[in-house]
Design a protein around this ligand. Structure first.
Ligand code: AMP
Length: 197
């Protein structure tokens, strides 16, 4: 007899990784997908900003990096993610927004999850002048010109190599983020649905 009460916990967790530069729309799309799939969105940027506000040890360590637009050290991020994905709400999967951002983080995530071959990876790309336009209008502390430049440089130097890292091994999708939000959201929905087959 088909049992409608069987929970999907035993199924492979659905994991989605958003790559892309700051300003590409990862946060917005990750949130929409999280709602759609009923999975938590895990934004390391939000977690770090919350830690700064709450003045925790992690927050105090991270604050100067955030202000300068530099990446917070990998060991801090990996410990944060290790704890977060062990929470019960992440047992069926999660949407990662802003993590991993370096090769050591990606390798660390592989170890924590016994491989990310089943993860769906969306690499959102937006032309640089559009990124600058978007970032300069947001009003966050790290949206000041110098910090924006630093964040884009960090992306180029340390995050871009993740495209090659994931390209061969995961369900990798290049996403044109320079389109209407709804159009992008529809494409992502179709891709996660197709990936389920
Ligand atoms: P975001 O909101 O994702 O743009 O992140 C804001 C800031 O938080 C970044 O500029 C970094 O200083 C820090 N941050 C967020 N995620 C990471 C990460 N995975 N590794 C290192 N630093 C991060």
């Amino acid at each position: 007899m088909a049992d409608a009460n069987v929970q999907p916990q035993l199924a492979t967790p659905r994991r989605v990784i958003f790559l892309g530069p700051p300003g590409a729309g990862k946060g917005t799309q990750a949130e929409r997908l999280a709602q759609l799939l009923g999975l938590p969105r895990i934004s390391t940027g939000d977690m770090l900003r919350d830690a700064v506000t709450a003045d925790t040890a992690v927050g105090r360590a991270a604050a100067p990096y955030l202000l300068r637009g530099e990446l917070v050290p990998d060991d801090v991020l990996l410990e944060m993610i290790r704890e977060r994905i062990a929470q019960p709400d992440a047992s069926r999967g999660y949407i990662l927004d802003g993590f991993p951002r370096t090769l050591p983080q990606a390798e660390g995530l592989e170890k924590l999850t016994a491989g990310t071959a089943d993860a769906v990876v969306f690499n959102m790309e937006v032309p640089r002048d559009e990124l600058l336009r978007r970032l300069s209008g947001r009003g966050r502390d790290d949206d000041k010109a110098a910090a924006v430049a630093r964040r884009l440089a960090e992306y180029d130097e340390r995050t871009k190599p993740l495209i090659d890292f994931y390209h061969g091994r995961a369900r990798y999708h290049h996403i044109d983020g320079f389109r209407q939000q709804d159009v992008v959201a529809r494409e992502l929905k179709e891709l996660v649905e197709a990936d389920r087959l």
